[in-house]
Design a binder for this molecule. Structure first.
Ligand code: SF4
Ligand code: SF4
Length: 301
C-alpha cells in the first residue's frame, strides 16, 4: 500500500492510460539525451553488473563470484541479499559471519541511497517488467488489473513463516530475480520460462503487477530504504502542464500525486518508500518539474 493511501489501481494507471507516447514532448523540448539519460544510465548499470557476473563463467575472470543473492567481489567484499538472510534466520540457522557482514553492507548502502534503487538500477527483472509496460502502452492493452498494493508485504511475511516451517529459504527456489540472472547467464528452458511468465503476467494479466505489487524482494528493499537520503522532488511543480507523462512511465504512479499537486500539505519531495528512484519521471517531463535531491530539501518554486 502506498503510504499516501492513493493506489495505482485507483489513480495512477487510470491517468497513465491518457499518455500513449510519454516523453515525446521532452525529446522535442530538451533533446534526446536529457529525455533518456536516467533510463540509459540505469541500463548501463544493470548491464555492467550483469557483465561482472558473466565474466567468471564465460571468461574465467572472477571479479565477482556468486549471484545477486550472495556474492564476493575481488575475494574481499561480501554482499548478501537481506531478504535471503531474513529467510535463513527464520529457519533458525545461524549464517556464516561473511553472510552477516555482506547483508550489513547492503542494508547500509540501500538505507542511505534508497532501498528500491536495487529494483531500478540493479535487478534484471526490472528490464523485463519495464519492457512489458512499454509494450502495453505501444499495443494499447488496457485489460488486466493490478493486485492490491500491500500484497507484497503480506507475501514477504508469508515467505518468512513458510521458511520457518519448511526449515529452508523457500523463496530462493522460485525467486525471479535469481532465476532471471540464471537464465541470462546459463540459459535453460525452465529459467527462461519463468522470465516469460513474469513478462506475460505484466503484459496481459496485471499492469506493473510483479515489481509494483508482488515481489517480496522489492518489498524488503522498500522497507530498508524507507528513510533514505536520495529522493526525487517535484521542486518545480508550478511548471506542470498536466500532460501525465510522468504517471505513464512511473512504475509506482501513485507516489507522484501528493508531492506534485501539493495535496494534503505535502512537500515537494517524493518520500513514499515505493518510489524506486529510477529517475524516469525526470527524463520524460518536458517542463523539467522533477530533480534528484536530498530528502530534507523543502524547496519548491
Ligand atoms: S520488485 Fe523484485 S523483481 Fe522487481 S525490480 Fe524489485 S527486486 Fe527486482
Ligand atoms: S516517482 Fe519518478 S523516480 Fe520514483 S518510481 Fe516514479 S518515475 Fe521513478
Amino acid at each position: 500500500m502506498s503510504s499516501s493511501g492513493v493506489t495505482s489501481r485507483s489513480f495512477g494507471l487510470h491517468r497513465a492510460s491518457a499518455a500513449k507516447m510519454p516523453g515525446r514532448d521532452a525529446v522535442r523540448v530538451k533533446g534526446w539525451w536529457l529525455a533518456h539519460r536516467f533510463l540509459v544510465l540505469r541500463r548501463l548499470a544493470q548491464l555492467s553488473i550483469f557483465a561482472l557476473f558473466l565474466l567468471g563463467p564465460l571468461a574465467g575472470v572472477w571479479v565477482v563470484k556468486g549471484n545477486l543473492s550472495s556474492s564476493v567481489t575481488l575475494g574481499a567484499l561480501p554482499l548478501t541479499d537481506p531478504f535471503v538472510l531474513a529467510q535463513t534466520l527464520a529457519t533458525r540457522h545461524w549464517p556464516e559471519a561473511t553472510a552477516l557482514t555482506g547483508a550489513a553492507i547492503v542494508i547500509a548502502f540501500y538505507a542511505f541511497v534508497g532501498g528500491r534503487v536495487f529494483c531500478s538500477w540493479v535487478c534484471p527483472v526490472n528490464v523485463v517488467t519495464d519492457t512489458a509496460s512499454w509494450l502495453r502502452r505501444r499495443l494499447r492493452i488496457t485489460s488486466g488489473r493490478a493486485p492490491r498494493g500491500g500484497l507484497r508485504y503480506w507475501l514477504l511475511g508469508a515467505v518468512l513463516v513458510a521458511s520457518a516451517i519448511a526449515g529452508q529459504a523457500v523463496w530462493e527456489s522460485v525467486n525471479p530475480v535469481s532465476i532471471t540472472q540464471r537464465a541470462l547467464i546459463f540459459g535453460g528452458t525452465l529459467a527462461w520460462g519463468a522470465v516469460a511468465a513474469v513478462f506475460l503476467f505484466d503484459l496481459l494479466v496485471a499492469p506493473r503487477g510483479w515489481c509494483g505489487h508482488l515481489c517480496p524482494v522489492g518489498a524488503a528493499y522498500a522497507l530498508i530504504g524507507s528513510k533514505s537520503l536520495l529522493r526525487v522532488s517535484a521542486a518545480h511543480s508550478s511548471r506542470c502542464n498536466d500532460c501525465a507523462d510522468c504517471y505513464a512511465v512511473c512504475p509506482e504512479p501513485q507516489v507522484i500525486v501528493l508531492p506534485l499537486k501539493c495535496k494534503d500539505g505535502a512537500g515537494p519531495v517524493i518520500t513514499d518508500r515505493e518510489c524506486s528512484n529510477c529517475g524516469r519521471c525526470i527524463d520524460v517531463c518536458a517542463p523539467d518539474v522533477f530533480r534528484f535531491t536530498p530528502r530534507f530539501d523543502p524547496r519548491r518554486d
